[in-house]
Ligand binder design. Structure first.
Ligand code: CA
Ligand code: CA
Length: 145
């Protein structure tokens, strides 16, 4: 069993947080990464639970996006709130997942997550440009359970 603390090094975590900050600099959208050890649930179901638990469904423009990873279960999901979900192309989430997976397969977890953050950031920027009075509605820290 892998330890959740060992999944990402502190440096990698910092790197991902920086990527989230950089992405959010260009958009009103909010990106979060959540990591847990294990889930029995289908990853999309569990991701939705976490999404609500983190109050990601409460952003003003409904443009929060969660990247969810269950390390021992080897499951992950990306979900976006309805604001962003209805404007991206139908295969956007799937394509981003594939990009993540291709890195995960090589054990490049930090890189996979970072790529997903960048991809999501680009879409958010396109549809939800940063506003003058923008605030950080959701923490950029990686949450864990
Ligand atoms: Ca914001
Ligand atoms: Ca944020």
């Amino acid at each position: 069993m892998s330890k959740i603390e060992n999944f990402l090094t502190p440096k990698q975590e910092e790197f991902i947080i920086k990527a989230i900050e950089a992405a959010e600099n260009n958009t009103s959208g909010e990106i979060r990464v959540h990591i847990e050890k294990f889930t029995k649930k289908p990853p999309m179901d569990r991701a939705l639970e976490v999404f609500c638990f983190l109050k990601m469904n409460e952003t003003k423009l409904k443009n929060g996006v969660l990247i969810y990873v269950a390390i021992d279960s080897k499951k992950f999901a990306i979900i976006g709130d309805e604001g962003i979900d209805k404007v991206v192309s139908d295969n956007f989430w799937e394509k981003s997942k594939e990009l993540m997976l291709s890195n995960f397969k090589n054990g490049e977890y930090a890189k996979g997550i970072e790529i997903a953050v960048l991809e999501v950031g680009n879409q958010l920027k396109k549809y939800f440009p940063k506003q003058q009075n923008d605030r950080d509605e959701l923490s950029n820290e990686i949450s864990k359970s």
